[in-house]
Each structure stands twice: as structure tokens, then as C-alpha cells.
Design a protein around this ligand. Structure first.
Ligand code: 3HC
Length: 290
């Protein structure tokens, strides 16, 4: 297949998983003119994802960024799909399901069976090696990481991750696709945490250690990083935003893969995850969102 074909508007793109990241990914593709097939494990989850996109677009209408007609058009390009079999005509797929290898395995094995051998298969994983995910399909050259940032609609970066077997042409297509979505792509070799989470999660972890050691209050730790380093959110606020379970998952991967104690997760982080205090999504993390 000519790679430029996939980048044309109205082409079919598949997004698997409509959660925090998936709904945002589907939205940015639809805004860029693609026909987006959006799948999740239940109809309720798909409807919830479409509703989130609808709400985001309504906000854009209110702010005068798009017209009501444009909103209707964008939304009409998001097609809820209950059965992955309907991804048959997708030329480009982004997987954004939960960070469990079993879930990703099921998705990639199915995509391998139903999509064309040329379909570019990408994953939004933040911690699972791309090389491992690529090994699940018969043609691993067309698998790459496409790591978006939360909130996807706002954040400009996409890490384009090259697995051991990913071809140069796949990387080029994913890079051009990211640009088409209005993002800035950065190409990274498959390595634990890529660049973003290798730097971000140890920083958050250090902030949690500082809190645990009683060096300062959570508010003061966040204020230091916001006012001293001009970060939009302090590290503890950001941990709540990303999800404490996600931060812990990434740290576990860094610790295991590099065998380096500098990535040891703070006991307080572990305790909070065990308690189910995962941040905004459970309405309780370092801060209370009830
Ligand atoms: N979904 C969609 N849009 C959102 C949003 C959301 N959840 N949250 C905020 N926005 C939009 C708002 O609509 C607003 O857009 P507008 O001004 O054009 O209407 C814009 O973002 C700014 O929002 P606010 O004015 O309400 O608030 P802030 O100025 O405080 O910005 C923020 C919010 C953009 C979330 C900002 O605090 C920020 O940049 N925080 C850091 C985010 C970050 O670091 N993300 C990366 C996390 S790491 C990751 O995702 C990788 C993973 O692997 C762990």
C-alpha cells in the first residue's frame, strides 16, 4: 500500500478503547477529517465515549472555535462499533485499551486476523514494550507506539515509538499522521517509559517521597513546582490527573527493566493504589474530588 493513502481525509481509522485517552484520540482524528470507527467492550462504554466527545465539541461551539454545523459533521464521523470485525476496512488503528497485556493481546490478535496486512497498527501504551506488542501479529513491521498525552485534545505531543521490528515507512506514516492531527511527533526507540514517562514518573515519585518524609505539605510541594518551575500542575496534582495506578505501573516497569533501585516506587504510592485512591478517576488521590 502507498503510505500516503492512509493520510487522506475520509479514510477509515479505528480506535479501540474509548476511555480517557481513547475518546480524545477518536475526537482528534474526527476533527482532522477521518472517518473514525470507535470500539469498546460494551455499548455503554462506547456511548459514554461519544457523549464525552459531544460535550467537548459543544464547549468548542460555545467558545466560538467551531460552528454548530461543524460540530455535527465532526460527530457524524465518529461511528460506534460493537464488533472489531467491522475494523476490516481500517487503514490505521490506534489501540487505547487498559494497560494489561492480556487485553492488548486479545485486541492485536483479532486485528491481525481481520485487518489487511498493510494496516498500520499502533498502540497508545505508556508502559508495555512496543516490541512485545508487535510480536503478537504476523507482520510486526507495521506496529508502532503512538503515545498521546492527557488531555489528548489539548496536548501537542505524540511520542512515536519504534519497536525492534518496526519499519522506517511505518514510523514515517505515524509521524505524518501525528502532524496531520496537529501534533508534534517525537520519534523514540522502544525503551522502558520511552522519554516522557522515564522522566515524568520518577519526578512524581520523588515528590511522593518528599511528602512521605514530611518535608512539606502536598500543596507546598505542588506550589514549588508550579511557581518555581512553571509547570502547569504540581507533581502530586498531576499524579492524580494521570492516575496513581498508571504512575505505579510505569515505575514497576522502569524498576524491573533497568534493575536500578533509583526507580523504586515510594511505599506511600503503593499504599494509596492498594486503598483504591487512584486520583481523579476515583475522586480521591492526594486531593479530594468528591
Ligand atoms: N479534556 C479536554 N479538554 C480539556 C480537559 C480535558 N480533560 N481539561 C482541560 N481541557 C481544555 C479546556 O477545555 C481548555 O481549553 P480552552 O481554553 O481552549 O477552552 C484548556 O484545556 C485549558 O483548560 P483550563 O483553562 O480549564 O485549565 P488549565 O489552563 O489549568 O489547563 C491542563 C488544564 C491543560 C490540563 C493543564 O493543567 C495542563 O497542561 N496540565 C498538565 C497536563 C499534563 O502534563 N499532561 C500529560 C500527562 S502524562 C500522560 O498523559 C502520559 C501518560 O502515559 C501517563
Amino acid at each position: 500500500m502507498d503510505d500516503s493513502q492512509v493520510l487522506k481525509e475520509r479514510k477509515v481509522v479505528g480506535v479501540v478503547g474509548g476511555g480517557t485517552m481513547g475518546h480524545g484520540i477518536a475526537q482528534v482524528f474526527a476533527q482532522s477529517g477521518f472517518e473514525v470507527k470507535l470500539n469498546d467492550i460494551t455499548s455503554e462504554l462506547i456511548q459514554a465515549a461519544v457523549k464525552r466527545i459531544d460535550d467537548n465539541l459543544s464547549r468548542s461551539v460555545e467558545k466560538g472555535r467551531i460552528s454548530k454545523e461543524e460540530k455535527t459533521e465532526i460527530l457524524s464521523r465518529v461511528v460506534p462499533i460493537r464488533d472489531l470485525e467491522d475494523f476490516r476496512d481500517a487503514l490505521f488503528v490506534v489501540e487505547a485499551v487498559i494497560e494489561k497485556i492480556e487485553a492488548k493481546t486479545a485486541v492485536f490478535k483479532t486485528l491481525d486476523k481481520i485487518c489487511s496486512k498493510d494496516t498500520i497498527l499502533t498502540t497508545n501504551t505508556s508502559s508495555i514494550p512496543i516490541t512485545q506488542i508487535a510480536s503478537l501479529v504476523s507482520n510486526p513491521q507495521r506496529v508502532a507506539g503512538m503515545h498521546f498525552f492527557n488531555p489528548v485534545q489539548v496536548m501537542k505531543l505524540v511520542e512515536v515509538v519504534k519497536g525492534m521490528q518496526t519499519s522506517e515507512s511505518t514510523i514515517e506514516t505515524v509521524r505524518l499522521m501525528s502532524k496531520k492531527l496537529g501534533k508534534t511527533p517525537v520519534v523514540v526507540s522502544d525503551s522502558p517509559g520511552f522519554i516522557s514517562n522515564r522522566i515524568l514518573c520518577p519526578m512524581i515519585n520523588e515528590a511522593i517521597f518528599a511528602l512521605e518524609e514530611g518535608i512539606a505539605s502536598k500543596e507546598d510541594i505542588d506550589t514549588v513546582m508550579k511557581l518555581g518551575m512553571n509547570h502547569p500542575m504540581g507533581p502530586l496534582e498531576l499524579a492524580d490527573f494521570v492516575g496513581l495506578d498508571v504512575v505505579l505501573d510505569v515505575l514497576e516497569v522502569l524498576y524491573r527493566e533497568f534493575q536500578d533501585p533509583k526507580y523504586r516506587a515510594s511505599p506511600l504510592l503503593r499504599k494509596m493504589v492498594r486503598a483504591g485512591y487512584l486520583g481523579r478517576k476515583t475522586r480521591k488521590g492526594f486531593y479530594d474530588y468528591s
